[in-house]
Design a protein around this ligand. Sequence first.
Ligand SMILES: *[C@@H]1O[C@H](CO)[C@@H](O)[C@H](O)[C@H]1NC(C)=O
Length: 219
Amino acid sequence: MAKLGWLVVSLSVSVLVTNLCEAISSCNDPCKTLNDCDGQLICIKGKCNNDPDVHVGSHVCSNEGSGEGSSPPLGDSCQPFGHKVCKGISHPQFKCSPRVTSSTRAILTNIEFNGDGENGAPSECDNKFHLNSELVVALSTGWYNRGSRCGKKIKVTARNGKSVLAKVVDECDSISGCDALHAGQPPCRNNIVDAAKAVWDALGLDTDVGEEPVNWSDV
Ligand SMILES: *[C@@H]1O[C@H](CO)[C@@H](O)[C@H](O)[C@H]1NC(C)=O
């Protein structure tokens, strides 16, 4: 899929170059689509910039684009690669999540893994449903990391100081959304720990608040 994508990009870039003699934009030049940007660069917020998914060592643009000549803080290099529109509202799509540390800031949300509610599909890791009484979570696409944390426990800590170990069983999809398959829901944000009610209970939190800042770490 990714390879096909690059093939299409390279083809359209060469078509532009050979047929239209159009200049290809480089770092920080204005762009409308990926195709407007040079080589590995992608179009972020209307400017050509490094693809955050490509390893840092191969980044071409020194200035990541947002600051006035200042480098962004470490761990803030995860930028959206596109957008999906649900009901007229544009939502960013991410393949990355903020860097994982011993205390990674996240937003705790609540989801049912038992097939009820908006999430009708079995969990990505084990293709099974889970009870609301199980200590299980889904992580945003970047943190889910193609399943590398599947079955592993993470430690989630709330502002009240309480913490709990929860098992990663699913992905909170930060790439797709806004379609029937996702019940019209937008792509997941890139910093979500989507947890069963048992996790909220163990942290002494009420799911009615909807979202709660937490920190998490690998254990
Ligand atoms: C998360 O960790 C940071 C830095 O260690 C701290 O300032 C913040 O209060 C913590 N947040 C929660 C919800 O524990």
